[in-house]
Ligand binder design. Structure first.
Ligand SMILES: Cc1cc2nc3c(=O)[nH]c(=O)nc-3n(C[C@H](O)[C@H](O)[C@H](O)COP(=O)(O)OP(=O)(O)OC[C@H]3O[C@@H](n4cnc5c(N)ncnc54)[C@H](O)[C@@H]3O)c2cc1C
Length: 264
């Protein structure tokens, strides 16, 4: 059975960053990732804050991200934009760079550090004993580890199987986020009405004089507040369409990337 000191489940940003840190410390670490490649469905998170760029700088890799993204003043509190350009740091700004690019760059770094990534394999369970953990994979194989780390996302199988709670409060707001083509040209920007906040922006944009200037074409990033919280099923394009009609009478036509409607 293949053995590592640490096995990380999940090769998203958290798992990749942890793997890089452990490899730099000389730890024998490996990642198990169910996605066959680092490709993401949709572009997901929109960038990095100043402190994250500082941490990446401490690891010598900040320039890889800065060279691909666009710097801007993005810090905020309660929807108030904060300008941190006079903060005493080399990175007194945020960076606009979609998560699919962030993951690609992190995966490249982790690859240079020779961290094995077992791709296209899902962890189905694990068994702990006094000396370590046996990790069961979907292909019938197992890995042995001294430590197992669950970086497998918000609905983490590892967390649940380990009996670790995820305490918090019941949600009071539910949003749908999607990348879609629209039948009508939406009014780009952030809007507020009796339903709450909804916004439209294009995936492709430029920062000009500190302002986001969206490209004229390409997929639209939509965020819309749902009328009700507590839905338990995966959101559909129809859910998105109904939510959009409810708040703004604008309709979405087709998903550019199937499955890119998510509920948060
Ligand atoms: C549409 C969208 C927009 C978002 N926008 C923002 C934003 O603007 N700002 C922001 O801060 N955040 C945003 N987020 C959230 C952000 O994407 C997450 O916080 C981030 O991805 C969490 O990283 P992670 O590595 O912890 O988990 P994940 O990215 O979820 O990675 C977990 C990994 O584990 C793998 N995995 C799961 N289970 C198993 C298993 N059993 N075996 C093997 N592998 C497994 C998954 O394939 C995945 O690659 C957005 C998310 C979405 C979906």
């Amino acid at each position: 059975m293949t053995q590592h000191a640490v096995v990380i489940i999940g090769g998203g940003p958290t798992g990749l960053m942890l793997a890089g840190e452990l490899a730099l410390a000389g730890v024998d670490v490996a990642i198990v990732e169910r996605r066959a490649t680092q490709e993401l469905v949709g572009s997901r998170a929109g960038g990095l804050h100043s402190r994250t760029i500082e941490v990446l700088d401490q690891r010598g890799i900040a320039d890889r991200f800065l060279s691909e993204g666009q710097v801007a003043q993005v810090a905020g509190f309660a929807s108030i934009r904060l300008n941190i350009s006079d903060f005493p740091t080399r990175h007194n700004y945020g960076l606009g760079l979609w998560q699919n690019h962030i993951e690609r760059i992190l995966a490249g770094w982790v690859g240079e550090l020779a961290v094995p990534i077992y791709r296209g394999r899902e962890v189905t369970g694990f068994a702990q004993d006094g000396a370590g953990v046996d990790v069961q994979l979907s292909d019938g194989e197992s890995l042995r580890a001294e430590y197992l780390v669950g970086c497998d996302g918000g609905r983490s199988l590892i967390r649940k199987a380990a009996g670790i709670e995820f305490p918090g409060w019941d949600p009071t707001i539910s949003n749908l986020i999607a990348e879609v083509e629209m039948t009508e040209e939406p009014k780009l920007g952030i809007h507020r009405n009796a339903f709450g906040v909804h916004s439209f922006g294009r995936v492709e944009y430029e920062i000009r004089d500190g302002e986001v200037v969206f490209k004229d074409v390409g997929p639209v990033r939509v965020m819309v507040t749902e009328e009700r919280v507590g839905a338990t099923t995966e959101p559909t394009l129809r859910d998105l369409s109904e939510a959009l009609i409810a708040v703004s009478s604008v309709q979405s036509r087709s998903c550019v990337v199937p499955g890119s409607v998510v509920r948060e």
